[in-house]
Design a protein around this ligand. Structure first.
Ligand code: HEM
Length: 551
């Protein structure tokens, strides 16, 4: 295996992402058969040439500040191999609103403040909305999911569909579905608390399958859920492995994709064909099920069925392509993100029981002897503060997904070259000490009525954690509602506590963050039980009423 460091894009799970600080390895099993030495020499030469050309063009321009790199290779050695957002946070403190790195001739820009991110990614969205090219995943495996898509017509069309289906006004439509899945989650947490992690994963996948395809998951072995998890792992570990695991040579030298199959060392093309077939089933199969059920008249209302109904009798190939990929984009993009946010929610519940007890008192005053519903939301202001602080503290995608600049640009007197990878440093925004004193502390009161309206607005983490501009997460309203309902349903009915050992000693949760893209807590020990016998009966009753087929 060859190790070298670069800022080539890599992907993790459903997302394209920039190596915002990562060692990328070139696994020899990819079939390019390069030795460590060969690869280093080739890369060194290419980097030197690219960087030399770029440098000579840029000698008279001022780029934003950043860590001083090596000649030719740039900031290769500054790129961290774990928790990249911590390095980015340190740079933000050191260099201010923008940090500039160059890696083998590629410019990487970290936008460290909300203002700068809005100025560039939002206001100048027409040139800051591209994604880095991902040749192995998109060109060779044919996986054209929206988070990987280059900026263009197909992306714009599919986003319009997603926004129509998931925009704020439509969310009410999904509320009954959210209630079904949340009640099933409660039931599973009570029945097998030790498997809470699996229940969260199932919840994350099942929720989107229901909303997007009208597909009801009724067992842990559900075919689409299993296929979804399989494909997510394939994307993360094989097709677009996150550093330090590796990156495909063809992602660095795209023209390799044109080599004929008989050329030695092109086994990557055969692998792409096999994986592409799996990914295409991942995209096609749930969609085909919707169409089949619509024919039979048994389809549940969903994103796909609603759009297909509108197109009945006049469905064009382009429209079909858009509906199918938009649906798969939502399914794929929701699994890890929702899972990450839910793990944080539970972690914070057991780490800060006092804050959650205060929210529970408020909840108990409003909701008695029944399950909470969305109609209760306006009467629970402290729960809102908790949710905002959970979203800020957890910061599920701390370095956003990389955008790519499509034209040379100038900003605050700096030159930003075309092709730069532009990383919104969401972690730095949620840890900005000017807005959030003692930023690592969990303080829901930051958003309560004692704070003036303007500050409360400025502190709302929703303006950052879902990304920016024309790439901003289209699932944000759905996920916000689902997290609120999960929070009040768990809080109102369950005791979530730290686990204890055989002697009754408390086990402090040991949390690691090992994922390079998502700030996903590793699995930690914890316990769930109903708050009382009455709550246990209520959970069972609600579950039986909403999921009769799932017992
Ligand atoms: C806590 C949960 C979630 C978080 C924190 C989150 C966050 C994000 C972020 C940061 C991006 C990148 C935005 C950018 O590049 O500027 C993104 C993109 C995306 N998200 Fe989410 N997301 C979540 C859940 C969901 C859900 C539930 C769905 C769908 C139902 C979804 C669908 C998407 C899609 C399709 C994209 C790609 C947008 C594009 O490239 O144009 N996300 N999300």
């Amino acid at each position: 295996m060859v190790n070298f460091t670069t800022a080539q894009p890599y992907l993790h799970r459903a997302y394209g992402s920039l190596s915002s600080g990562a060692v990328i390895s070139l696994p020899t099993h990819h079939g390019m058969g390069l030795s460590v030495f060969d690869a280093c020499v080739i890369l060194g030469l290419v980097a030197a040439i690219l960087f030399g050309i770029r440098r000579s063009k840029q000698t008279r321009v001022v780029v934003p500040p950043g860590p001083k790199g090596l000649p030719l290779l740039g900031n290769v050695l500054d790129l961290p191999t774990s928790e990249p957002y911590l390095a980015a946070l340190k740079w933000a403190k050191q260099y201010g609103d923008i940090t500039y790195l160059h890696v083998c001739g590629l410019s990487v820009l970290f936008l460290n403040s909300s203002e700068v991110a809005m100025d560039l990614l939002d206001k100048r969205g027409s040139i800051y909305s591209d994604r880095p090219p991902l040749v192995m995943a998109t060109d060779l495996c044919g996986y054209e999911v929206s988070p990987f898509q280059r900026y263009g017509d197909a992306h714009r069309r599919q986003r319009r569909l997603m926004q129509r289906a998931l925009g704020a006004p439509c969310i009410r439509t999904y509320q009954p579905l959210l209630e079904v899945e949340t009640r099933a989650l409660l039931h599973r947490l009570v029945t097998s608390p030790e498997e809470y992690d699996r229940h969260i994963l199932r919840y994350a996948g099942a929720l989107t399958l229901l909303v997007v395809y009208g597909h009801k998951v009724t067992s842990n072995d559900d075919g689409f859920l299993t296929l979804g998890n399989y494909c997510m792992d394939l994307l993360a570990n094989d097709i677009s492995p996150a550093p330090p695991k590796g990156v495909w040579a063809v992602d660095i030298f795209p023209s390799l994709k044109n080599l004929p199959d008989w050329v030695p060392f092109t086994s990557f093309k055969r692998k792409a064909a096999t994986w592409g077939a799996k990914l295409s089933t991942f995209c096609d199969a749930p969609y085909a099920e919707v169409k089949e059920k619509m024919k039979e008249g048994t389809a549940l209302p969903s994103f796909c069925s609603t759009l297909l109904e509108e197109e009945r009798g006049c469905l064009t190939a382009e429209k079909e392509y858009d509906i199918k990929w938009a649906a798969n984009s939502m399914f794929a993009a929701s699994m890890d993100t929702v899972g990450t946010a839910m793990r944080h929610l539970i972690l914070l519940m057991i780490l800060f029981p006092d804050k959650f007890a205060k929210a529970r008192e408020e909840l108990d005053r409003v909701v008695q002897g029944r399950m909470p519903t969305f109609a209760d939301r306006p009467f629970l202001p402290y729960v809102e503060c908790i949710l905002s602080e959970v979203l800020r503290w957890s910061c599920p995608v701390p370095l956003n997904l990389p955008h790519r600049l499509m034209e040379d640009d100038h900003y605050r007197g700096y030159f930003i070259p075309k092709g730069s990878f532009v990383v919104a440093n969401i972690m730095a925004m949620t840890r900005d000490e000017r807005l959030f004193p003692d930023p690592e502390a969990f303080i829901p009161e930051r958003y309560d009525a004692s704070v003036d309206e303007a500050t409360r607005k400025a502190r709302d983490p929703r303006q950052w954690i879902f990304g920016f501009g024309r790439r901003r997460c289209p699932g944000l309203h759905l996920v916000e509602s689902s997290l609120w309902l999960s929070l009040v349903s768990i809080l109102g009915n369950l005791e979530a506590t730290k686990a204890t050992d055989a002697h009754g000693n408390i086990i402090e949760p040991e949390v690691k963050f090992e994922n390079m893209i998502f700030r996903m807590p590793s699995k930690f020990e914890c316990n769930f039980k109903p708050r009382s016998e009455d709550h246990a009966s209520l959970i069972l009753k609600a579950f039986v009423e909403t999921s009769p087929a799932d017992r």
